[in-house]
Write a protein that binds this ligand. Sequence first.
Ligand code: SGN
Ligand code: CA
Length: 531
Amino acid sequence: MKNAKTTTRLLIQSAGVCTIGLLASCQAEQKTESQLPNIIFIMSDDHAWQAVSAYNERLKYVAPTPNIDRIANEGMRFDRCLVTNSICGPSRATILTGKYSHLNGFAGNVYVSGDFDGSQQTFPKLMQKGGYATAIIGKWHLGSEPIGFDHWDILPGQGHYYNPAFINSYGEYEVHGYVTDIITDKTIEWLKDMKGHDKPFMLKMHHKAPHREWEPGPKFLSRFKGVEFPEPVNLFSDHSGMGTAAREQDMSIATTMRLQEDLKMWPENPTGWTYRRTLHRLDDDQRRLWDMTYDPLRDAFEEMNLEGDDLVRWKYQRYMHDYLATIQSIDESVGRILQYLKESGLDENTIVIYTSDQGFFLGEHGWFDKRFMYEESYRTPLVIRWPGVIEPGSVNTNLVSNLDFAQTFLDAAGLPEPDDMQGRSMVPLLGNEMVTDWRTAHYYHYYEYPAVHSVKRHYGIATDRYKLIHFYYDIDEWEMYDRKTDPHEMQSVYHDPAYASEREDLHRQLDALREKYGETPEDSFRLVPVE
Ligand code: SGN
Ligand code: CA
């Protein structure tokens, strides 16, 4: 343990003095060290931090995530990890490139942004060149084929929960079973294949769950039967203290969430394209279990004839039951990976990261989905285990970001960080070093509008306490929130004279960050063309 730490430290220090000219000799020097850490990056899709029990005490008793929590307990929990653009593809592109959307070119999902330009620099390519074995298994969602991976086995598009198709370099094929379990099996298989190779590895395991339409695996279909989850305080907010964008979104539990596809209240003999997309994938055994779960719920629901707030309350509970049940499989998957690492002796020298591509609304403001810069979707869970480097049970409150992941991995691997990446290595934070010049403001930009869920384009800045947000497309509105006095972000103080000096200060910081990251006003319209 001590040795691993010392070696890692040496590597980290030597990485710090690597320059491009010295690169070859630095790498040669590092290769003589046998202790380069392996990295397993586990990322789920739409996993709200409120749905991880390490972040939410109340969940511990009803829907715990003990294995994800174990990473936090044995490592570090980040309490303010913010994403650059809260939507799937753009988050993934930022993670790969260490750059904001306006530079990596992927500002909205595939259907608005086209395919990710895989010819650009990414951290897996750099790690591959630097002697790492690299792999990606699971959801990719960037259109173009993965580049920079020795092994890739991905879900086409969004992927399916039951009996999903996969694509690898040989083509497309279907696997019987539940997607989270299959991705885990494939991951463990690849780890086993790596035994006997002396290369360190960088493995990305990307789950599809808990993405909409929240289909739980056979084992957990009835996991939360009879459980009543606490409602968020602003489930019935009328958004009167917020702006037009909050009032005009299309992601509410009340009106957007669908009784059939989302909440599984299918009639006895369902038909139509949505039915074909979901239920038809189940085989007879899977379908039997499914019907045993949902038929009685549907019958009871029809009996009740709910309306208005009562219907929203019921929908919220139904939503939570399935969403959290898909997370039970994810947590089990994390447990299996940790167990395998332990059994194989890899645990001491493997960094394990658990995160999500962004956060998610679980009824806050009356919503589901993500996209907004409000805290539930902007902030993502992040826990990291690195024995010998991270003090177990550490908590970090710095403003870190998915923008920092690429440089963190390169730094941990003792590889140089390219100058054009826009984040910063978190390795010193992991080592609990005194870092006095970490960012005190984080920049955000969401582009995908007009599009599904109708969340208007906006950019903004978050500090420890405040948020300043500009909705700039088809409206021109500013919002400002004081998270200290208004933790649920329900009352904009932008026009409140008491906040005049803070507002001016935030404007200054926002301008400076846009300049620092090289974003121009034209970028707002260039990447996701206006219809
Ligand atoms: C689908 C979902 C949306 C979701 C987007 C993007 N609808 O369109 O709710 O916001 O994907 O999600 S669904 O009816 O198909 O489930 S993302 O995670 O890929 O960005
Ligand atoms: Ca997502």
